[in-house]
Design a protein around this ligand. Structure first.
Ligand code: ADP
Length: 173
């Protein structure tokens, strides 16, 4: 199962996978960070489609096409804003991963890539977020044989190091 998880440094908009996950906001109308990069790379048709989706509550996920991206699909999920940890942030972030996997499975996605949801402008502590990402992925892959690759696309060396460390802890032995 470990072999189905990849940790790379790079730009998620360049990933040649069936689906990339977008760390969107509840409006689904685009924004800064990875969301802005995905909209720029996909082209204006993406916004035309996401306008029709009617927004997305925190923790949930909705799919659109990928347009000019190498990826066929974009799965938009909305991470929680970090408020110190007592506002259900852990559960909401776990829900982002659970619901993104569910949407991916419904679309028949075999390869997908995640950014580090909530750890940019939304300020979720990186190590804590990486633990949630990794344990939800482990849980999903334990019950799913269709998904061939779950790729974590780390923006910068520091994010990559953290993900690798958490990966080896979650999959020790
Ligand atoms: P959030 O609002 O959920 O915190 P951000 O986009 O601000 O989302 O940040 C989430 C993560 O995505 C951060 O680690 C940020 O560095 C990273 N990121 C920004 N641009 C890209 C990109 N093009 N590819 C992959 N990751 C990116």
């Amino acid at each position: 199962m470990k072999a189905r998880i990849k940790i790379v440094e790079g730009d998620i908009t360049k990933q040649d996978v069936d689906a990339i996950v977008n760390a969107a906001n509840t409006s689904l109308l685009g924004g800064g960070g990875v969301d802005g990069a995905i909209h720029r790379a996909a082209g204006p048709e993406l916004l035309e489609e996401t306008r029709q989706l009617g927004g997305c509550p925190t923790g949930e996920a909705k799919a659109s096409k990928g347009y000019r991206l190498p990826a066929r699909w974009v799965i938009h999920t909305v991470g929680p804003v970090w408020h110190g940890g007592n506002r259900n942030e852990d559960t909401l972030l776990a829900n982002c991963y659970k619901n993104s996997f569910q949407v991916a499975a419904e679309l028949g996605v075999k390869t997908m890539a995640f950014p580090s949801i909530s750890t940019g402008v939304y300020r979720f502590p990186l190590e804590r977020a990486a633990k949630i990402a990794m344990s939800e992925t482990k849980h999903f892959l334990e019950h799913n044989d269709t998904m061939e690759e779950v790729r974590f696309v780390c923006f910068g060396e520091e994010v990559k190091k953290t993900y690798e460390e958490i990966f080896s802890r979650v999959f020790k032995g």
